[in-house]
Design a protein around this ligand. Structure first.
Ligand code: SF4
Length: 268
């Protein structure tokens, strides 16, 4: 049999498209999106507060999340968001490999193959660290926490300009908790990979015991409220607030809250 490898030889080209390629983007992407959505739906819901979310602005939102309260219809993660999440996980592996190749003794998993982490409040407040650095080819106190994020260009540039504590207080809270609970009191190595340019930003972040205490107190408050079926207060006085509806409030970008209908259908 002779293969006809001429471009578009078996194409079902749109006759109105001036390009002569056989474009199947929609079909390919639909197939990928379907599997990403199915995989996400198959994930068991989390019944604990994660360190990555404890610094969110709204206590009620964290509470809805930890109680696995169903999101408003249509508020599940969009396939595009699931792709970005996956890029974050893969980017973390890439940066870890770069650091290790550059001479950092970076440990990301224990001998049992699991990530290092902490468990507090009877399992209701947990977190897993990206890694711990034991030796390094740059001047830094060791051992040190390693925390990595993968960011879009605008967000990355804001982090470079302002530093992580100002630009990304959510991440600062996460690191403060890790440094406190994992007994890693040296400055953490925070790295941020620009997923558009592949540039890497690195910053040493000192421990912040006051912030760690504040976050720990928050976790206690949320867990107690869940135990007593008490609904925690809203972070905003109106639904149009950026923390609820989503958007940039001048300082930070907020994703739209997934429980807006539920929250604002209550009297308070
Ligand atoms: S809608 Fe706003 S106030 Fe209500 S849980 Fe979400 S972020 Fe909090």
């Amino acid at each position: 049999m002779t293969l006809d490898l001429n471009h578009g030889s078996s194409a079902t080209c749109d006759p109105h498209d001036p390009r002569r390629f056989n474009i199947v983007s929609d079909q390919v992407n639909d197939a990928i999106d379907a599997v990403l959505v199915a995989r996400n739906r198959a994930q068991p819901s989390r019944d604990y507060i994660g360190a990555s979310g404890i610094g969110r602005d709204c206590l009620r939102q964290i509470q809805y999340d930890v109680m696995a309260v169903p999101k408003d219809p249509g508020r599940d993660f969009a396939p595009k968001t699931l792709r970005i999440f996956e890029a974050g996980h893969r980017g973390e592996d890439i940066v870890a490999a770069w650091l290790q190749a550059a001479g950092f003794d970076l440990r990301t998993h224990g001998a049992d193959g699991r990530q290092y982490g902490y468990v507090q409040l009877g399992g209701r407040f947990k977190g897993h660290i990206d890694g711990v650095i034991l030796t390094a080819p740059v001047a830094m106190a060791l051992p040190a926490l390693w925390e990595n994020k993968v960011l879009g260009s605008g967000s990355w540039q804001d982090t470079v300009k302002k530093g992580v504590a100002i630009s990304k207080p959510l991440y600062a809270a996460q690191m403060a908790i890790y440094q406190a609970y994992m007994d890693l009191p040296n400055p953490a190595l925070f790295t941020a990979l620009n997923r558009d340019t592949w540039e890497l930003y690195a910053e040493l972040v000192p421990p912040n015991p006051a912030l760690a205490q504040e976050m720990s107190d928050r976790a206690v408050r949320i867990v107690r409220a869940c135990e007593h079926q008490e609904v925690l207060p809203r972070a905003a006085g109106r639904r149009a607030a950026k923390v609820c509806a989503g958007g940039h409030d001048g300082n930070h970008w907020h994703p739209p809250c997934a429980w807006q209908d539920r929250c604002w259908s209550r009297p308070s």
